[in-house]
Design a protein around this ligand. Structure first.
Ligand code: NAG
Ligand code: NAG
Ligand code: NAG
Ligand code: NAG
Length: 344
């Protein structure tokens, strides 16, 4: 019940705070209260009898990783004060599937060899909010989800993700990654659906990202341009977020956003002076807080006619240098689906 209401609350908060629906909140179930633990469970933790492959050691003020009995496949260690992963701790559970280490104090040089690198069946590694300066590993090729949010990553060797054909979700936001440090990092991935590199030090969108990508988040970086043809190489991409960057008109090649897969394009908080050309099928366009000074519809309503119109539902133009009164008269037909057109 607690878990459920927390989940609902989190969703409500996201809806009221964010400008778009949130997709990626990871829901880690907590142990049900007052269940009997299996006899082999570490005494600091709980291993529910009705879920004997899971060991819950989260929120227990732990400074170290307890003994993990064999048979455990899902290990929850988040929200503790763990500083080190000592040699041998996972020796009895080398077939671990999920390892959750979020919110601890682990630095890269405190991960001993023969620990995480021995977990060859690992599918989820959640290691956000720690003190990593480089990715742990070598990591299991079986990973489907890797979260390293809010560490101090400044390097990310090109070999880190090699052979991870099933990796779908990769969160690297809130680190110190540069364009150079991630060069070649994503090229061998085949199943990647979500890549979040927001809040880093990138000057360019990541190169060599796989065509399977649906969501690319690169907000809060130092990106000033989009390479010509960048989106044409990502035929499945639906969500592109490049807000809070340094985009200028001269860095936006003609037609670079004119791809029919895109549903949401967030270019807010940049330095654009004009509305870029978009595809007729785009549904949400965020352009607030730029330097746009004319409401030029030609880039939004290219083929406007009684039967042809823009699919835009959201168009945010607040925080620019245009007023509602400068909206051209023929807007109504083209923007007939836009229930949210926001000026200042
Ligand atoms: C592994 O399992 C054996 C036998 O149950 C136990 O004695 C040992 O302490 C365990 N090692 C670790 C590192 O948990
Ligand atoms: C990827 O998933 C498939 C299907 O589950 C599996 O057969 C394959 O071994 C996985 N690849 C790796 C590298 O684990
Ligand atoms: C935009 O893309 C569509 C195909 O999705 C194409 O037909 C059209 O010519 C493109 N527009 C421009 C100006 O390149
Ligand atoms: C509708 O728009 C498409 C391009 O999206 C264009 O090729 C076509 O000629 C337009 N049709 C009409 C009736 O305006």
């Amino acid at each position: 019940m607690f878990a459920l209401s927390f989940f609902l609350l989190a969703e409500l908060l996201c809806q009221s705070l964010g400008q778009y629906d949130y997709y990626d909140e990871h829901y880690v179930p907590s142990a049900p209260l007052e269940v009997l633990s299996s006899p082999t469970c570490a005494q600091e933790c709980e291993c529910p009898l009705n879920f004997p492959t899971a060991m819950y050691c989260n929120e227990r003020n732990l400074k170290f990783i307890p003994i993990v009995p064999s048979g455990i496949k899902y290990l929850y260690l988040q929200n503790n004060y763990i500083e080190e992963i000592k040699a041998g701790v996972f020796d009895n559970v080398t077939d671990l599937r999920w390892l959750v280490l979020d919110n601890n104090n682990i630095a890269s040089d405190k991960i001993q060899a023969g620990t995480i690198d021995k977990l060859s069946k690992l599918e989820k590694l959640l290691f956000s909010y720690n003190k990593l300066t480089k990715p742990p590993g070598p990591l299991s090729k079986s990973l489907d989800e890797l979260k390293l949010i809010s560490n101090q990553l400044s390097s990310f060797p090109a070999s880190t993700l090699s052979g991870m054909e099933n990796l779908t979700t990769l969160h690297l936001s809130k680190n110190k990654l540069t364009t150079e440090s991630i060069t070649g990092a994503f090229k061998s991935l085949k199943s990647l659906v979500l890549l979040d590199v927001s809040e880093n030090k990138l000057k360019k969108l990541p190169s060599g990202v796989p065509p399977s990508l649906l969501m690319l988040y690169a907000d809060n970086n130092e990106i000033d341009s989009i390479p010509n043809g960048y989106l044409a190489k990502l035929p499945a991409l639906q969500y592109l977020r490049v807000s809070h960057n340094k985009l200028v008109d001269s860095g936006i090649p003609a037609g670079v956003f004119n791809v029919s897969s895109l549903l949401e394009l967030d270019l807010s908080f940049n330095k654009l002076k004009s509305i870029p050309e978009i595809n007729d099928l785009l549904e949400h366009l965020y352009l607030q807080v730029n330097e746009i000074n004319k409401f030029d519809l030609t880039n939004i309503c290219k083929f406007s006619s009684p039967v042809n119109y823009s699919r835009l539902r959201t168009l945010r133009l607040d925080g620019n240098n245009i007023k509602h009164s400068s909206m051209p008269d023929d807007t109504a037909n083209c923007l007939r689906l836009a229930s949210e057109i926001i000026f200042d």
